[in-house]
Design a protein around this ligand. Structure first.
Ligand SMILES: Cc1ncc(COP(=O)(O)O)c(C=O)c1O
Length: 414
């Protein structure tokens, strides 16, 4: 490995620790040819960057930076403490109310991250013996919430309503958890139908809108709001480290449930609140996101353009219906080959591998953002066309799945 001298074991490591580290090094890192699968070359100026979740391209917005600087200079920043001690009207409660109003909900609770929001929410509403129905592709923070609450997950097949319903029928009413847009491959949940099934059996519903808040729905208010499901979904959660380009998370729900979660979520109680400049940035970002219809339309149009182009080149991107598009090479060696071929030509995406994907389904995620130009997208398509043989795309499991599907549909037509 280039960066780390990983043979040095001083101070002395007890055997259990050495074994744990050695197994990662020998079972994973040793297969990556001296580097780490997540890191290829450094981008150079002019590279097309499709790594960031800053979908509306607001991270460097001068008004957001100004809001933080003004806040640092003009606010009392000394109240460094857990959010449970926040009392009365504060910048945080004002922001929470603004978020709730925008999303069409009674109230909202700001958290330190999307991860903390999901873990704290689940842990604070958990009840022994309550089944939890979770889409197999749902975000790890939801799974971790289930684990920390010592609840029993009942995974259902991705976006498969029959699988969900048969499990509920077998195990009884519980909590249904899903993402609106899935972060690894950009698939979109059949939200209306999933909510219908969950409601029919009296389940609590949690939707993680991390990858749709700000990009989807009226003024960016998300898919639940867009579909008029606010009165049916108990909790919408989101990371504000995607479209909001900040470091925070949010839970929106009823006032009663917010009150309960605020004083029972362990990440809320035992970890410190965000600081005033964080809140100032988020408040300004909310104003900008609300009025960003043009950027939202551009993101969707660019994603459609890229998806159509990749499909025509033979890449299997069928599962994506959003700004997230995955090139699934499958085996890690093949994903690294793809990463290197793209990066050598100035295209940078994010490598996703185990534990973020199944072992043989590693991929490169391309995230479309409003800052990408038409030339950028055409460059990505030109590169993807050029490298097909070099990366041996024909041998990828995703390519074979696409070919099989095409054969079946041709047979059906003829
Ligand atoms: C769907 C989803 N939920 C939650 C999170 C966690 O968000 P955060 O980075 O704010 O902790 C992420 C981030 O990767 C995500 O993609």
């Amino acid at each position: 490995m280039k960066d780390i001298e990983y043979q040095i074991t001083s101070p002395v490591e007890p055997t259990f620790l050495s074994k744990r580290v050695d197994s990662y090094l020998s079972e994973r890192v040793a297969n990556w040819g001296g580097g780490h699968i997540l890191h290829g070359i450094e981008p150079s100026p002019g590279s097309v960057m499709m790594v960031s979740n800053d979908y509306l391209h607001v991270a460097n917005h001068p008004e957001i930076i100004r809001a933080q600087v003004d806040c640092l200079q003009n606010t009392d920043n000394t109240m460094v403490m857990s959010a449970v001690y926040l009392h009365g009207d504060t910048a945080q409660t004002v922001f929470e109310r603004d978020m709730a109003t925008w999303m069409g909900r009674p109230s909202a609770l700001l958290c330190q991250s999307g991860y903390a929001a999901n873990v704290g929410l689940i842990q604070s509403i958990s009840a022994p013996d309550t089944p939890v129905y979770i889409d197999m592709f749902a975000h790890t923070s939801l799974w971790e919430g289930i684990r920390s609450a010592e609840m029993q997950p009942r995974p259902y097949r991705h976006n498969d309503l029959a699988s969900l319903e048969s499990s509920i029928v077998r195990h009884g009413p519980g909590i249904v958890m899903l993402d609106s847009v899935y972060s690894t491959n950009g698939s979109v949940a059949p939200m209306r139908e999933t909510v219908e099934v969950a409601k029919r059996y009296g389940c609590v519903i949690i939707v993680d809108e991390s990858h749709s808040l700000g990009t989807h729905g009226p003024a960016g208010a998300g898919i639940v709001a867009e579909l008029g499901l606010n009165d049916d979904v108990h909790f919408v959660t989101a990371s504000l480290a995607k479209t909001f380009a900040g470091r925070a998370g949010i839970i929106v729900c009823s006032e009663r449930l917010r009150f309960h979660i605020k004083y029972n979520s362990f990440p809320g109680i035992f970890s410190s609140a965000l600081l005033p400049p964080d809140i100032a940035a988020l408040s300004k970002t909310l104003e900008i996101v609300k009025s960003a219809d043009l950027a939202r339309a551009k993101v969707q149009a660019s994603a459609d353009y890229l998806r159509t182009g990749l499909d025509a080149l033979g890449y299997n991107v069928d599962i994506s219906h959003s700004q997230i598009i995955a090139l699934e090479a499958g085996r890690e060696q093949d994903t690294m080959k793809l990463r290197d071929a793209l990066e050598a030509r100035g295209v940078f995406g994010s490598v996703f591998c185990a534990p973020a994907t199944a072992f043989k389904r590693s991929l490169i995620r391309l995230s479309v953002n409003a800052g990408l130009t038409h030339e950028d997208l055409d460059h990505v398509l030109a590169v993807c066309g050029e490298i097909r043989d070099e990366v041996d795309m024909a041998s990828w499991p995703s390519t074979k799945r696409k070919q099989k599907r095409e054969q079946v549909s041709m047979r059906a037509v003829s």
